[in-house]
Design a protein around this ligand. Sequence first.
Ligand code: TRP
Ligand code: SF4
Length: 400
Amino acid sequence: MFADRVLSGMRPTGRMHIGHYHGALKNWVRLQEEYECLYFAADWHALTTHYETPENIAAMTWEMMVDWLAAGLDPTRSTLFIQSQVMEHAELTLLLGMMTPVGWLERVPTFKDQQQKLADRDLSTWGFLGYPVMQGADILIYRANMVPVGEDQVSHVELVREMARRFNNIYGREPGFEDKAKAAMKKLGAKKARRYGELRAAFQEKGDEAALTAARDLLSDTQSLALGDRERLFGYLEGSRRMILPEPEALLTENPKVPGLDGQKMSKSYGNAILMREDPAEVAKKIRTMQTDPARVRRSDPGNPEKCPVWPLHKIYSDEATRKWVWEGCTTAGIGCLECKQPVIDAIVREQAPIIERAQKYVDDPTLVRNIVADGCERARKLAEETMRDVRAAMGLSYD
Ligand code: TRP
Ligand code: SF4
């Protein structure tokens, strides 16, 4: 616990498209090489905006899970689960809601935005307002310190940090904290205790962030500490409270955005998406008919790649030399648009071949997916339960 842990989630939207792949999944796969990772289908989150149309949530979740596995998420490395199957998320949402000021939620940039964008629905609901609280519970319940997200989610993670800070300030208080922290230090053993003391002083007296990190690593590497002592020592580094819920950090996924076939944001509901597992003939058809620079009416008209939605695809899929060929060919009318699109078609088909292959066994036997997710839910539940025992006790709710 308090070791590096990655957590992220996605609303269940069914089959994934290449925007999901480049914007999130590829990065999730990379992270599992290095860290303990948890990834979940945020099905309750779907209901915060689509509570009137719940029909497809489960089917969309299973389709999404197949694509996660196809993308290369490895169930022996990553825990894959469904939010609503780990009930503790609801309990922590409720409890965090007790101490989260409504003003914080009203100020979340997506709150007003989404209400305006989705004006056809009544989103003046408690669930919609409280959705960042639920996101906070998702993250804090696993004491995850790294949360890979896109730009639109960074402000939510910021808010979750504030919730953790507020929680620790209110519930991490205890009489005789300083003495208890010093007693916990002794349990580190003489050598580690001295090192901890030095690093703590370096951070508190000189603001040395590297010392803070080193001290946290030292604690993470110490297996023998009881949970309460661990929380005290984490908290003592920065102040005079136990750190019951560590503050997470957003890992911004900085991959370039994948535009849809019409240059708008890629989305299945706009009908402009290339799926992550698409028939090669379909890939070719979609790319060949996709829009280009509107100024290039005839083959002999020069174009401007900056005004063409094919260009961002070259930025993702093509090497330097190909991009140069595109730029020169387009601006001088040296190449035609179909010619220009071919390397993109080839690259997408090449990228998808192993993905389609990995998906096959899950498509053939859906019980494989069910079992992987059932195991994931169970693993997640165990971790969540550990945190909840602590949270309940801190909030005065332990009756043992
Ligand atoms: N809110 C995220 C989205 O709409 C999904 C999500 C829910 C999430 N809980 C999370 C992402 C926790 C990261 C961590 O895409
Ligand atoms: Fe777009 Fe390529 Fe055609 Fe230029 S040549 S307009 S970049 S498709």
